[in-house]
Design a protein around this ligand. Sequence first.
Ligand SMILES: [Zn+2]
Length: 274
Amino acid sequence: MRQQEGGGAAGGGGAPTTAPVGGEVVIRFLDVGQGDAILVQSPEGKTLLIDGGRSAERMREHLKALDVSRLDLMVATHADADHIAGLVPAAALKPRVFINNGLGGSTQTWERLVAALQEAGATFTKASNQTVNLGSVKLRVVAPPPGLGDDQNENSVGIALQFGEFRALMTGDSETPATEGWLAQERDDLQGPFQVYKSIHHGAANGDSAAWLANVRPENVVISVGTPNSYGHPTRKVLDLYRQAGARVYRTDRQGTVTFRGRADGTYSAETER
Ligand SMILES: [Zn+2]
Protein backbone atom coordinates (compact mmCIF):
# COMPACT_ATOMS: atom_id res chain seq x y z
CA MET A 1 0.00 0.00 0.00
CA ARG A 2 1.33 3.40 -0.98
CA GLN A 3 0.09 6.71 0.28
CA GLN A 4 0.33 10.25 -0.96
CA GLU A 5 -0.94 13.52 0.49
CA GLY A 6 -2.02 16.46 -1.59
CA GLY A 7 -4.45 19.20 -2.28
CA GLY A 8 -5.40 22.52 -0.83
CA ALA A 9 -4.34 24.51 -3.86
CA ALA A 10 -6.89 23.14 -6.30
CA GLY A 11 -10.05 24.26 -4.60
CA GLY A 12 -10.68 27.17 -6.90
CA GLY A 13 -9.69 29.84 -4.39
CA GLY A 14 -11.76 32.02 -2.13
CA ALA A 15 -13.64 31.22 1.05
CA PRO A 16 -15.91 28.19 1.19
CA THR A 17 -19.44 29.17 0.26
CA THR A 18 -21.00 26.60 2.54
CA ALA A 19 -20.52 25.86 6.21
CA PRO A 20 -17.55 23.57 6.78
CA VAL A 21 -18.43 19.90 6.91
CA GLY A 22 -16.41 17.29 8.78
CA GLY A 23 -15.20 13.90 7.72
CA GLU A 24 -14.03 12.54 4.40
CA VAL A 25 -15.57 11.44 1.16
CA VAL A 26 -13.96 8.20 0.04
CA ILE A 27 -13.71 7.42 -3.69
CA ARG A 28 -12.48 3.96 -4.62
CA PHE A 29 -11.56 3.14 -8.20
CA LEU A 30 -11.96 -0.60 -7.85
CA ASP A 31 -9.60 -2.89 -9.70
CA VAL A 32 -12.02 -4.77 -11.92
CA GLY A 33 -9.65 -5.49 -14.79
CA GLN A 34 -10.69 -3.92 -18.10
CA GLY A 35 -13.75 -1.85 -17.12
CA ASP A 36 -14.93 0.79 -14.67
CA ALA A 37 -16.27 0.53 -11.13
CA ILE A 38 -16.15 3.41 -8.67
CA LEU A 39 -17.47 3.23 -5.12
CA VAL A 40 -18.14 6.51 -3.32
CA GLN A 41 -18.88 6.79 0.40
CA SER A 42 -20.00 10.04 2.02
CA PRO A 43 -18.85 11.03 5.52
CA GLU A 44 -22.29 9.92 6.72
CA GLY A 45 -21.82 6.45 5.21
CA LYS A 46 -24.12 7.00 2.21
CA THR A 47 -22.96 4.94 -0.77
CA LEU A 48 -22.89 5.39 -4.53
CA LEU A 49 -21.66 2.86 -7.07
CA ILE A 50 -20.78 4.16 -10.53
CA ASP A 51 -20.50 1.19 -12.92
CA GLY A 52 -19.55 -2.33 -11.89
CA GLY A 53 -16.92 -3.71 -14.23
CA ARG A 54 -17.34 -6.75 -16.45
CA SER A 55 -17.29 -9.48 -13.80
CA ALA A 56 -20.13 -10.16 -11.39
CA GLU A 57 -17.86 -12.38 -9.32
CA ARG A 58 -15.17 -9.74 -8.97
CA MET A 59 -17.70 -7.12 -7.90
CA ARG A 60 -19.15 -9.50 -5.30
CA GLU A 61 -15.65 -9.95 -3.88
CA HIS A 62 -15.06 -6.18 -3.69
CA LEU A 63 -18.39 -5.50 -1.97
CA LYS A 64 -17.72 -8.28 0.53
CA ALA A 65 -14.15 -7.19 1.24
CA LEU A 66 -15.26 -3.61 1.80
CA ASP A 67 -18.22 -4.72 3.88
CA VAL A 68 -20.72 -2.75 1.80
CA SER A 69 -24.16 -3.81 2.97
CA ARG A 70 -26.28 -1.14 1.37
CA LEU A 71 -26.21 1.09 -1.71
CA ASP A 72 -28.10 4.37 -1.79
CA LEU A 73 -27.52 5.23 -5.43
CA MET A 74 -26.35 3.34 -8.50
CA VAL A 75 -25.23 4.97 -11.74
CA ALA A 76 -24.57 3.15 -15.01
CA THR A 77 -22.61 5.52 -17.23
CA HIS A 78 -23.73 3.45 -20.22
CA ALA A 79 -24.86 -0.09 -20.90
CA ASP A 80 -21.68 -1.75 -22.20
CA ALA A 81 -20.77 -5.00 -20.44
CA ASP A 82 -17.47 -3.77 -19.00
CA HIS A 83 -19.52 -1.23 -17.03
CA ILE A 84 -22.72 -3.03 -16.05
CA ALA A 85 -22.05 -6.76 -15.53
CA GLY A 86 -20.87 -6.15 -11.96
CA LEU A 87 -23.89 -3.97 -11.25
CA VAL A 88 -26.13 -7.06 -11.38
CA PRO A 89 -24.96 -8.53 -8.02
CA ALA A 90 -24.65 -5.00 -6.59
CA ALA A 91 -28.37 -4.47 -7.20
CA ALA A 92 -29.00 -6.91 -4.34
CA LEU A 93 -27.80 -4.12 -2.03
CA LYS A 94 -31.04 -2.34 -2.87
CA PRO A 95 -30.11 1.05 -4.28
CA ARG A 96 -33.13 3.33 -3.99
CA VAL A 97 -32.32 5.13 -7.23
CA PHE A 98 -30.72 3.95 -10.47
CA ILE A 99 -29.53 6.60 -12.93
CA ASN A 100 -28.48 5.93 -16.53
CA ASN A 101 -28.51 7.55 -19.96
CA GLY A 102 -32.04 6.37 -20.72
CA LEU A 103 -30.84 4.06 -23.49
CA GLY A 104 -31.53 0.43 -22.79
CA GLY A 105 -28.89 -2.08 -23.73
CA SER A 106 -29.52 -4.91 -26.15
CA THR A 107 -27.75 -7.61 -24.16
CA GLN A 108 -28.79 -10.29 -21.71
CA THR A 109 -26.56 -8.57 -19.15
CA TRP A 110 -28.66 -5.43 -19.44
CA GLU A 111 -31.85 -7.48 -19.06
CA ARG A 112 -30.44 -9.16 -15.96
CA LEU A 113 -29.57 -5.76 -14.50
CA VAL A 114 -33.06 -4.36 -15.13
CA ALA A 115 -34.62 -7.45 -13.53
CA ALA A 116 -32.32 -7.21 -10.49
CA LEU A 117 -33.08 -3.52 -10.04
CA GLN A 118 -36.82 -4.10 -10.35
CA GLU A 119 -36.54 -6.86 -7.77
CA ALA A 120 -34.68 -4.41 -5.49
CA GLY A 121 -37.42 -1.80 -5.90
CA ALA A 122 -35.07 0.83 -7.38
CA THR A 123 -36.48 3.92 -9.09
CA PHE A 124 -35.18 4.29 -12.67
CA THR A 125 -34.11 7.85 -13.47
CA LYS A 126 -32.64 9.33 -16.63
CA ALA A 127 -29.63 11.64 -16.31
CA SER A 128 -30.79 15.24 -16.75
CA ASN A 129 -28.07 17.37 -15.13
CA GLN A 130 -29.87 17.00 -11.82
CA THR A 131 -28.14 17.50 -8.47
CA VAL A 132 -28.31 14.62 -6.01
CA ASN A 133 -27.19 14.81 -2.40
CA LEU A 134 -25.25 11.84 -1.09
CA GLY A 135 -25.24 12.91 2.55
CA SER A 136 -23.13 16.08 2.57
CA VAL A 137 -21.58 15.23 -0.80
CA LYS A 138 -23.14 17.01 -3.74
CA LEU A 139 -23.37 15.09 -7.01
CA ARG A 140 -24.09 16.74 -10.32
CA VAL A 141 -25.31 14.16 -12.81
CA VAL A 142 -23.80 15.20 -16.14
CA ALA A 143 -26.18 14.24 -18.92
CA PRO A 144 -24.70 13.46 -22.34
CA PRO A 145 -25.04 16.42 -24.71
CA PRO A 146 -28.04 16.15 -27.04
CA GLY A 147 -27.79 15.01 -30.65
CA LEU A 148 -25.37 12.10 -30.31
CA GLY A 149 -27.77 9.43 -31.49
CA ASP A 150 -28.00 6.16 -29.61
CA ASP A 151 -24.36 5.10 -29.41
CA GLN A 152 -23.67 3.90 -25.87
CA ASN A 153 -20.14 5.31 -25.46
CA GLU A 154 -21.12 8.69 -26.86
CA ASN A 155 -24.02 8.88 -24.46
CA SER A 156 -22.06 8.15 -21.29
CA VAL A 157 -23.32 9.85 -18.14
CA GLY A 158 -20.83 11.76 -16.00
CA ILE A 159 -20.76 12.50 -12.28
CA ALA A 160 -19.20 15.72 -10.98
CA LEU A 161 -18.72 15.32 -7.24
CA GLN A 162 -18.25 18.16 -4.79
CA PHE A 163 -17.53 17.96 -1.07
CA GLY A 164 -16.74 21.47 0.12
CA GLU A 165 -13.64 22.45 -1.83
CA PHE A 166 -12.86 18.89 -2.90
CA ARG A 167 -14.00 17.95 -6.42
CA ALA A 168 -13.90 14.86 -8.59
CA LEU A 169 -15.10 14.21 -12.13
CA MET A 170 -15.90 10.82 -13.57
CA THR A 171 -17.38 10.10 -16.96
CA GLY A 172 -17.65 6.72 -18.62
CA ASP A 173 -16.51 6.04 -22.16
CA SER A 174 -17.45 9.42 -23.68
CA GLU A 175 -15.78 10.19 -27.00
CA THR A 176 -14.60 13.46 -28.48
CA PRO A 177 -18.02 14.62 -29.80
CA ALA A 178 -19.45 14.31 -26.26
CA THR A 179 -16.66 16.33 -24.63
CA GLU A 180 -16.93 18.91 -27.42
CA GLY A 181 -20.66 19.13 -26.73
CA TRP A 182 -20.02 19.70 -23.02
CA LEU A 183 -17.39 22.34 -23.77
CA ALA A 184 -19.89 24.15 -26.03
CA GLN A 185 -22.32 24.24 -23.10
CA GLU A 186 -19.74 26.27 -21.09
CA ARG A 187 -20.75 24.55 -17.89
CA ASP A 188 -19.41 25.77 -14.55
CA ASP A 189 -19.72 22.29 -13.08
CA LEU A 190 -17.20 20.91 -15.59
CA GLN A 191 -14.76 23.77 -15.14
CA GLY A 192 -11.63 22.63 -13.31
CA PRO A 193 -9.59 22.24 -11.35
CA PHE A 194 -10.60 18.79 -10.18
CA GLN A 195 -8.41 17.06 -7.62
CA VAL A 196 -9.52 13.67 -8.94
CA TYR A 197 -10.43 12.82 -12.50
CA LYS A 198 -11.17 9.50 -14.18
CA SER A 199 -9.50 9.00 -17.54
CA ILE A 200 -12.21 8.79 -20.19
CA HIS A 201 -12.73 5.44 -21.92
CA HIS A 202 -9.81 3.63 -20.22
CA GLY A 203 -7.28 5.94 -21.87
CA ALA A 204 -8.50 5.38 -25.43
CA ALA A 205 -7.31 7.74 -28.14
CA ASN A 206 -10.87 8.93 -28.82
CA GLY A 207 -11.55 10.00 -25.21
CA ASP A 208 -9.51 12.75 -23.57
CA SER A 209 -8.23 15.66 -25.66
CA ALA A 210 -6.02 18.65 -24.97
CA ALA A 211 -8.99 21.04 -25.14
CA TRP A 212 -11.04 18.99 -22.72
CA LEU A 213 -8.17 18.56 -20.25
CA ALA A 214 -7.47 22.30 -20.40
CA ASN A 215 -11.03 22.77 -19.20
CA VAL A 216 -11.17 20.14 -16.43
CA ARG A 217 -7.55 20.70 -15.26
CA PRO A 218 -7.07 17.40 -13.43
CA GLU A 219 -4.62 17.17 -10.56
CA ASN A 220 -4.77 13.35 -10.45
CA VAL A 221 -5.95 11.04 -13.23
CA VAL A 222 -7.04 7.47 -12.60
CA ILE A 223 -7.03 5.09 -15.54
CA SER A 224 -9.29 2.13 -14.95
CA VAL A 225 -7.83 -0.50 -17.20
CA GLY A 226 -6.99 -4.20 -17.32
CA THR A 227 -3.82 -5.88 -18.43
CA PRO A 228 -3.50 -7.32 -20.90
CA ASN A 229 -6.32 -5.78 -22.91
CA SER A 230 -6.83 -6.11 -26.62
CA TYR A 231 -7.70 -2.44 -27.09
CA GLY A 232 -4.23 -1.00 -26.48
CA HIS A 233 -5.52 1.03 -23.50
CA PRO A 234 -4.20 3.35 -22.27
CA THR A 235 -2.79 4.92 -25.42
CA ARG A 236 0.53 6.76 -25.61
CA LYS A 237 -1.40 9.76 -26.89
CA VAL A 238 -3.47 10.26 -23.74
CA LEU A 239 -0.60 9.39 -21.40
CA ASP A 240 1.30 12.25 -23.06
CA LEU A 241 -1.72 14.53 -22.65
CA TYR A 242 -1.89 13.79 -18.91
CA ARG A 243 1.82 14.44 -18.56
CA GLN A 244 1.50 17.74 -20.44
CA ALA A 245 -1.41 18.66 -18.16
CA GLY A 246 0.89 18.12 -15.17
CA ALA A 247 -1.40 15.46 -13.68
CA ARG A 248 -0.29 12.58 -11.50
CA VAL A 249 -1.42 9.33 -13.14
CA TYR A 250 -2.72 6.21 -11.39
CA ARG A 251 -3.52 2.94 -13.16
CA THR A 252 -5.61 0.13 -11.73
CA ASP A 253 -3.74 -2.46 -13.84
CA ARG A 254 -0.45 -1.62 -12.13
CA GLN A 255 -1.54 -0.30 -8.74
CA GLY A 256 -4.76 -2.20 -8.08
CA THR A 257 -7.62 -0.35 -6.42
CA VAL A 258 -6.91 3.38 -6.07
CA THR A 259 -8.56 5.21 -3.16
CA PHE A 260 -8.87 8.95 -2.56
CA ARG A 261 -10.05 10.45 0.71
CA GLY A 262 -11.16 14.03 0.20
CA ARG A 263 -11.79 16.61 2.89
CA ALA A 264 -14.03 19.66 2.70
CA ASP A 265 -11.04 22.03 2.79
CA GLY A 266 -9.87 20.55 -0.52
CA THR A 267 -7.04 18.45 0.88
CA TYR A 268 -6.95 14.72 0.23
CA SER A 269 -4.88 11.58 0.46
CA ALA A 270 -4.40 8.93 -2.18
CA GLU A 271 -3.69 5.27 -1.49
CA THR A 272 -3.02 2.41 -3.86
CA GLU A 273 -3.41 -1.30 -3.27
CA ARG A 274 0.09 -2.02 -4.58
ZN1 LIG B 1 -15.58 0.81 -21.10
